[in-house]
Design a protein around this ligand. Structure first.
Ligand code: FES
Length: 321
């Protein structure tokens, strides 16, 4: 199994080309200096683009991991863009320079799985396409369910169609209805590893339909911070183990914000529970996890937490800070 990585280094990459991949989707071809070999990555990895408008955004790498001189990311223009995808689609141009993180992988592929069922919704195909290629190159048993509102929004469609009956395509506008994920998943073998990336509604439907599957066999890559049903939004105390300082976190404040307000510097990047840069060891107390990175087993263990979004389920929590 590939492992979760965290790294604070920065890469300076040139936008060599922007190519349309579907309606509202553009692929960026990012290169380093001449002859520069970029850090390697594995299927499911992403990089964070540190855009000049001050908005860091994570995008899955969708190119070939063996292409050591370039990264490809596909960016869909979000309907309610907070600046990231809008900037990339409307302002970014070939020749521009971008700062990025090295590749990180919070959605690693289990290499020894008996079979794989990939489920991609819309632009959620971006981490999945590298997994599909990895399986195809190694003759592994895999299937892809690719769900879209319309054919015209389908990135990588011509490549995906070459995989024939390994792929189940569904376009809402052609079918006239949404796809029944629950029924579909009833036909997927219990020992198959399921990988899902797409809009929250799809992810939640898959999560609900796979709740009784084997632990560690269902994997998600979330785009956005998830609402936590029944979340406790009360103030609590953070104890910093190295200094003994105690800091109160207000109901509407993250731990990260409370630390910043006290002038305490900690590492962070996305501030949305998506990148793992702020992952911090928990020494005492119970975290209430709100990130999209930790596995169910890691959440239950409660040994680390993402302090940009996760809170305490106990009145006090002690962190290795
Ligand atoms: S800063 Fe990205 S997970 Fe916390």
């Amino acid at each position: 199994m590939f492992t979760r990585e965290g790294c604070l280094e920065e890469l300076k990459l040139r936008v060599a080309k922007l190519s349309p991949a579907a309606e509202g989707v553009v692929v960026l071809d990012l290169r380093g200096e001449a002859n520069q070999v970029l850090p390697s990555f594995q299927p499911g990895a992403h990089i964070e683009l540190r855009l000049p408008i001050g908005v860091p955004r994570c995008y899955s790498l969708c190119g070939e991991p063996t292409d050591g001189d370039r990264y490809h990311v596909a960016v869909a223009l979000a309907e309610q863009s907070r600046g990231g995808s809008s900037y990339i689609h409307r302002t970014l141009a070939a020749g521009d320079t971008l700062l990025t993180s090295p590749p990180r992988n919070n959605f690693p592929l289990v290499e020894e799985a008996a079979s794989y069922q990939f489920i991609a919704g819309g632009i959620g195909i971006t981490p999945i396409i590298t997994m599909v290629r990895w399986c195809e190159q190694r003759g592994r048993a895999w299937r892809l369910l690719y769900l879209l509102r319309s054919r015209r929004n389908a990135a990588f469609l011509s490549e995906i169609e070459t995989f024939g009956d390994k792929v189940n395509l569904h376009f809402d506008d052609e079918a006239g209805h949404l796809f029944d994920v629950e029924s579909f998943l009833r036909g997927v073998r219990s020992d198959t590893h399921i990988y899902c990336c797409g809009p929250s509604a799809l992810m939640e439907a898959v999560e609900k339909s796979t709740a009784d599957r084997l632990p560690g066999h269902v994997h998600f890559e979330w785009f956005t911070q998830r609402d936590i049903a029944g979340a406790r939004n009360e103030s609590f105390t953070v104890v910093l183990a190295r200094s003994g300082r105690e800091i109160t976190v207000a109901p509407n404040q993250s731990i990260l914000e409370a630390l910043e307000a006290e002038g305490i510097n900690v590492s962070f990047s996305c501030r949305e529970g998506l990148c793992a840069t702020c992952e911090t060891a928990v020494l005492a107390g119970t975290p209430e996890h709100r990130d999209q990175i930790l596995t169910p087993a890691e959440r239950d263990a409660g040994k680390t937490m993402m302090i940009c979004v996760s809170r305490a389920a106990s009145d006090s929590i002690t962190l290795d800070l």
